[in-house]
Write a protein that binds this ligand. Structure first.
Ligand SMILES: [Fe+2]
Length: 151
């Protein structure tokens, strides 16, 4: 049974940032899914769709975890942009630039989530979810990195 604890303002902001950045990852992955071009179109198109699925699933998990802890969740574009850990994609990127941008984005998310994993103020159950999120983000990085042309 869940022990009710008063929502800590700092933890609310930290977990809100996780939700916001996963929603932004969803937007970026869909952007690349729709706009990538080139000889590897099919593979990249599919890979970006997998990333958006991972992003949406985890955003939902963390938003519902916050609600379980009696924390409010803000689901507005304004909040997401305000919490952003990484920049939005530039316009008119070619496939290789999208891959590089996605690698930087996933690295940034992994780094920020790892900092939260090291945060002793976050409860153990949420920490467990953060660890699983980090493993999934790192796996997506591996997929993107492995799809880049070897030069
Ligand atoms: Fe699609």
């Amino acid at each position: 049974m869940l022990l009710k604890q008063p929502a800590k303002v700092s933890n609310t902001a930290k977990l809100q940032a996780v939700v916001s950045n996963l929603e932004l990852l969803y937007i970026k992955a869909k952007d690349f899914h729709w706009n990538t071009k080139g000889v590897y179109f099919r593979q990249h198109h599919k890979m970006y769709d997998e990333i958006q699925e991972v992003a949406l699933d985890w955003a939902d998990t963390f938003a519902e975890r916050m609600r379980s802890l009696d924390m409010p969740v803000v689901a507005t574009a304004k909040q997401y942009i305000n919490d952003a850990w990484y920049p939005e994609a530039e316009r008119a990127m070619v496939a290789e630039e999208m891959l590089k941008d996605m690698k930087l984005t996933l690295t940034c998310i992994s780094k920020n989530v790892q900092e939260l994993i090291a945060d002793v103020g976050i409860d153990a159950v949420t920490q467990n979810k953060l660890q699983d999120l980090c493993a999934d983000i790192d796996k997506q990085y591996y997929f993107v990195n492995s799809s880049m042309e070897v030069k």
